[in-house]
Design a protein around this ligand. Structure first.
Ligand SMILES: [Zn+2]
Ligand SMILES: [Zn+2]
Length: 292
């Protein structure tokens, strides 16, 4: 029995790159990653109470194990009188998702919500604001159906060097003269890739610039990489090979591997990490619960 690994109601808590995260991910069962600092969840295969507190839901794609929690997210938030959910979904899947949500409203005889405003289609390379200082860039991901990855950047400002240590009066005077007081810099905080083949990383090596990077490794040694390719997934050995050839896409200080197939136990998953090359292995966090 692998009950301890396969309980989507028991998220795993992580603190990586200064971000508190609560997440769960097993292939075919459920995947979700909540980031309260962003007021956001990435994928929502299961909607926990804490996930319902995050207003923004960024779906990589609409396979059930990534999207089924959206129905509950909408109802929990309306039950609690919270602001309406903001659901981001690949543009190709938006109409279908709205139909599912409408069907639930009809079946449950609920007052229709303004789903057209709540569900936003996202195209590849689209950029949108998550909050005044945080921006998301979507990018195209290779999977069996339309899929997007999401990178969150934060704009940080720093008082210009010549003003540091100056009295408030001098800074006010500079502002009144119309001088620019700050230098701005965009920090790449976080990238989320849902289900994907290795091709996504070949096309988007810039994901390696993120402080925290979520990737899938559905298949492990003992399964052929052909199986991964057939179902639109990544085999952990492909990540090791990529690291040997071109480590740029795997340069993040914190790489979280997730979405392991249900056929693997804790030992299989931990052994697969142990076989990763040094230099990569130490930076990899496995998204499985700590040993009970
Ligand atoms: Zn999946
Ligand atoms: Zn999928």
């Amino acid at each position: 029995m692998r009950d301890d690994l396969h309980n989507p109601g028991l998220p795993i808590r992580l603190n990586l790159g200064g971000l508190e995260l609560s997440a769960f991910s097993i292939s075919g069962l459920a995947t979700y990653v909540t980031v309260p600092a962003f007021d956001a969840c990435f994928d929502l295969g299961h909607c926990s109470v804490s996930a319902s507190h995050q207003r923004n839901v960024l779906l990589s794609h609409v396979h059930q194990d990534h999207a089924l929690g959206v129905v509950r997210h909408l109802t929990l938030r309306s039950m609690h009188g919270a602001k309406p959910s903001r659901i981001f979904v690949p543009a190709e899947s938006r109409d279908g998702l709205i139909e599912v949500l409408r069907a639930h409203e009809r079946m449950e005889q609920r007052t229709p919500q303004d789903l057209d405003a709540m569900v936003r289609g996202v195209s590849a390379d689209e950029v949108f604001a998550l909050s005044p200082h945080r921006t998301v860039r979507a990018f195209d991901v290779t999977h069996r159906i339309a899929s997007r990855g999401y990178t969150v950047t934060e704009r940080r400002r720093k008082l210009r060097a010549h003003l540091v240590g100056q009295p408030g009066e001098a800074i006010r005077a500079a502002r009144e003269r119309g001088e620019e007081l700050y230098d701005y810099r965009d920090e790449t905080l976080f990238t989320y890739v849902g289900d994907s083949t290795l091709e996504t990383l070949l096309r988007h090596p810039e994901v390696g610039e993120s402080a925290v990077l979520f990737l899938e490794a559905t298949h492990l040694p003992g399964t052929s990489p052909d199986v991964s390719a057939k179902y639109g997934h990544t085999h952990i050995e492909e990540l090791a090979d990529l690291y040997a050839r071109d480590p740029r896409a795997l340069a993040s200080p914190h790489i979280v591997l997730k979405h392991f197939s249900m056929k693997y136990g804790r030992r299989d998953i931990e052994e697969a990490r142990a076989r990763l090359p040094p230099g990569l292995r130490e930076r990899v966090t496995l998204l499985i619960p700590p040993e009970p």
